[in-house]
Design a protein around this ligand. Structure first.
Ligand code: HEM
Length: 402
């Protein structure tokens, strides 16, 4: 197999463009070895990524026997239950489950939450240096905001936030057998916890999406108990980690180039377009989940066989020169911006409106409160890493500036 980037490395994630160009030079669909997934085809252009994601009948998230990609017979129920979620389902189950939660994430519903999200962001910005200087912008800000918002939306107690963050951390450090065991432990604790919260909502009612799911459960056949656990897990996991990396990646881009920050601060109404460019440029989710090829098909000049697996490389689609002018340049006023950071097709991100609003609130609150905020280290010292497929910064130490 031809040489390929180390997708989880600092070198690749610091500047994915170089590795992506090398992959694209091999073709529009190329075979790679991907951590945990194994041998898999990757799309390297916007066109191939979109074509693949929009054809969910040919590119399915499940094997023909209905098995979820990546699951093994020996895995405990804690993993199989939560993995059996909407994001790994095809129609008609996917449509049934998505229909239940769609309303809560519509633009109107999310806009109603905006003032409250801004209040949370303002409070976190105020407390940024409460534990000393420099502060790690990730631990003290970018991680807490999304998890707080999704907890409130679901109706989970804010006091339980540290537990979610610890579970998420264990899940994101999946690098070998020991971390796999740790991840399984975290998943089973999380599953037990979610089952208890659902049970409490059945007995006592309450506010939030969990209480609404319990109402839906009463309409027989719409959602099962295991599907409810999987749904809440998906929202909690999907709603926190990715948004954290969008906020921290965007803040990093503004911190390392104060001219960009000044341009935004001169007129915060520019933020909407800027967030789109951050989504394109940071690309927090770099690859979609692998899809199974259900029938022999041609994609990007390659004949894929039934049973092959293929992933859309979002990060490559987002810097495809056939679609984006000067793709390697960050242009905060870019329009149009045809990034696919939220995927496309039937699994198009449910939380896209929420993520956009969270990122905008987070950036504005941060730089209004701390207009001279700056990095406490050189930009080159910031380490990019993470789970393969997720582009994230480990630590972002900042000082208030003067
Ligand atoms: C799906 C990205 C924030 C919930 C997806 C997918 C992507 C994505 C790429 C499709 C994956 C695939 O097709 O394999 C992102 C990014 C975010 C973000 C970059 C932040 C910057 C959120 C938030 C939530 C959320 C805040 C909500 C609570 C979901 C769900 C799905 C999904 C439930 C599955 C949808 C379905 O299967 O129909 N997201 N997401 N995401 N996302 Fe997000």
């Amino acid at each position: 197999m031809a040489s390929q980037p180390d997708f989880a490395s600092d070198v690749f994630n610091r500047n994915p463009a170089a590795g992506i160009a090398a992959l694209r030079a091999r073709g529009h669909v190329v075979e790679v070895r991907f951590p945990i997934v194994g041998r898999v085809w990757l799309t390297t252009t916007h066109e191939t990524a979109a074509a693949m994601l929009k054809d969910s009948a040919t590119f399915s998230l499940r094997k023909e026997d209905g098995e979820v990609a990546g699951l093994r017979w020996w895995m405990p129920k804690s993993i199989t239950v939560v993995a059996d979620n909407m994001l790994t389902m095809d129609e008609p189950d996917h449509t049934r489950l998505r229909g239940i939660v769609d309303e809560a994430f519509r633009r109107r519903a999310v806009l109603d939450m905006q003032p409250h999200i801004r209040t949370i962001a303002d409070r976190l910005a105020d407390e940024l240096f409460a534990a000393g200087r420099p502060a790690d912008l990730i631990q003290r800000y970018a991680r807490i905001l999304p998890v707080s918002v999704i907890c409130e939306l679901l109706g989970l107690p804010l006091a339980d936030r540290p537990a979610f963050i610890a579970w998420a951390n264990a899940m994101n450090r999946l690098k070998g057998p020991i971390s796999l065991l740790r991840m399984m432990g975290s998943l089973s604790r999380m599953r037990r916890y979610l089952e208890q919260r659902l049970q409490a909502a059945r007995e006592e009612g309450g506010e939030g999406l969990i209480a609404e799911l319990v109402q839906v459960e009463k309409e027989r056949g719409r959602i099962t108990r295991d599907e409810m656990v999987a749904m809440v897990f998906l929202l909690l996991a999907g709603g926190s980690e990715t948004t954290t990396h969008l906020i921290s990646g965007s803040a990093f881009e503004l911190l390392r180039d104060p001219a960009r920050r000044d341009w935004l601060a001169a007129d915060w109404s520019r933020l909407g377009l800027a967030v789109e460019e951050f989504l394109r440029f940071v690309s927090p989710v770099q690859f979609t989940k692998p899809r199974y090829v259900r029938r022999e098909v041609e994609l990007g000049g390659v004949t894929l066989k039934k049973g092959d697996r293929v992933m859309a490389m979002i990060a490559a689609a987002n810097i495809d020169p056939d679609v984006h002018e000067s793709p390697d340049r960050m242009d905060l006023a870019r329009k149009p911006n045809r990034h696919i950071s939220f995927g496309t097709g039937i699994h198009f991100c449910l939380g896209h409106q929420l993520a956009r609003i969270e990122a905008a609130c987070a950036l504005e609150a941060l730089f209004v409160r701390w207009p001279r905020l700056r990095l406490a280290v050189k930009p080159e010292q910031i380490r990019w890493s993470g789970r393969p497929g997720i582009r994230s910064i480990d630590k972002l130490p900042v000082v208030a500036g003067s």
